[in-house]
Write a protein that binds this ligand. Structure first.
Ligand code: PLP
Length: 424
């Protein structure tokens, strides 16, 4: 650009005094919201290439290598379909293959995302019974038992549950749910939303007897939003052959078992997302799933320890899920000392320190002043100790700057959790 057309540069003269208190947000920003999560440079770089030929060649070999790794990711030897979709699209993909109009589903909801799946199933013409366990509790199996026992004709075709509900951060015991269904000899298929938990929380599709698992690319899988995944059992494939909600684009069998390359995508492949996925699966393979689960466990415990310390000086600061056994390891939902402290803290962290925290989702309606009392901290995907300790330190500074009452010792408590885990 010729010099005369350049916009005037801001003055760099060092003699100018800062006009405000220093802003400490300059530097690499950190998006600590529960999706999209941090994208590794390796994943971004893998996408930076020319469009490949989709009619043969290297792309076919690369894609052939994805299927076994995707199966291993979910702990299954069965089927997996990839969709060009976000999590809502993955829900509808599962629904379209599972149901016929007039079928019945039992949805177990432990937060906003359980309710969301129920809404998508109902909108497609399926009768939905929702068992709502509220916004801060896991599934109560006694209530599920009651509902399944009352279903004497076995009208319920599918039970759906959210493994980790990203809104409440409740984590459900999927294996125990399957055991209950088996003990009651109820034939319903079990479908699980692992969008938040995949590659963060331990999940074993085949060992736990799950029939359908849904996930999306932009959380623990570390790929930009745009890929949805549906893993399905051979049993689900057989049982749902006649499902009449299925249309050619959403049908899972050609996507999973197609003999022509285009059938996997019902058209053009999402080429660059697939390069990103290949790189992310390499990273997951290099670290190893058990190590990834342990890393998330440790980072989650560091976050919980900080909140416990803050809570000791202000009982209004508290985690949404009281029992650690029922907390997701990828995201933590909290009440931050009441409204509007959570919003003030989120704004401070983003504007003053370069860290974006998650809004409270589904805890209060956006128009309600209470909405400003909740936030979420993500510790999902490409996150390490310095990032999580950094987020907690920034929150600590924000609590002090904004004079939000809180207990002492949060950062030391978080560091102790990290230290303890590395000694184990
Ligand atoms: C993020 C999320 C969704 C929705 O995914 P989108 O990609 O935003 O459509 C659904 N369920 C759970 C558990 C999630 O974490």
């Amino acid at each position: 650009m010729p010099p005369e057309n350049r916009p005037a540069a801001p003055s760099l003269a060092p003699s100018l005094a800062p006009s405000l208190a220093p802003n400490l947000a300059h530097g690499r920003p950190y998006l600590a919201i529960p999706g999209p999560s941090v994208m590794p440079d390796r994943v971004l770089n893998a996408m930076h290439r020319a469009a490949p030929n989709i009619y043969g060649g290297a792309l076919y070999d690369m894609v052939a290598s994805l299927w076994p790794d995707l199966r291993a990711l979910a702990g299954t030897t069965q089927n997996v379909a990839i969709y060009i979709a976000n999590g809502h699209g993955a829900w509808e993909a599962a629904n379209a293959n599972l149901f016929s109009r007039g079928d019945r589903a039992l949805v177990l909801a432990t937060g906003r995302f359980g309710i969301g799946w129920a809404e998508s199933i109902r909108a497609m013409g399926v009768a939905v019974d929702v068992l709502d366990f509220g916004r801060s509790s896991p599934v109560d199996l006694a209530r599920v038992e009651e509902a399944l026992k009352a279903d004497r004709t076995h009208a319920i075709k599918v039970v759906t549950v959210t493994h980790v509900d990203t809104a409440s951060s409740a984590r459900n015991d999927v294996a125990a749910l399957r055991r209950l269904m088996d003990d009651l000899h109820h034939p319903a298929l079990l479908a699980v939303d692992c969008i938040a938990s995949m590659a963060c929380d331990e999940f074993r599709m085949d060992d736990w007897g799950v029939d359908v698992t849904v996930a999306a690319s932009q959380k623990g899988i570390m790929v930009p939003p745009g890929l949805g995944f549906v893993w399905f059992s051979d049993r689900a494939l057989e049982r749902c052959r006649e499902a009449d909600l299925r249309t050619p684009y959403w049908a899972w069998e050609p996507r999973a078992r197609g003999t022509e390359f285009w059938q996997h995508w019902a058209g053009t492949a999402p080429t660059h997302h697939l390069f990103a996925l290949r790189e992310a699966l390499d990273m997951i393979g290099e670290e190893g799933l058990p190590n990834i689960w342990a890393r998330h466990e440790t980072l989650a415990r560091a976050v919980w320890a900080a909140f416990a310390a803050w809570n000791r000086g202000n009982p209004e600061i508290r985690l949404n899920i009281a029992d650690p056994a029922h907390r997701g390891r990828a995201v933590t939902a909290a009440r931050m000392g009441g409204a509007p402290h959570a919003t003030r803290l989120r704004d401070w962290c983003e504007q003053r320190a370069g860290v974006t925290l998650g809004i409270g989702l589904g805890m209060a309606l956006p128009g309600d002043p209470e909405w400003h009392g909740y936030l979420r901290v993500a510790h999902m995907g490409h996150v390490n100790a310095h990032m999580t300790l950094g987020v907690l330190s920034v929150m600590q500074a924000g609590l002090e700057a904004l004079e939000i009452p809180h207990g002492d010792g949060a950062l030391a408590a978080a560091a102790t959790e990290i230290a303890r885990a590395t000694r184990a």
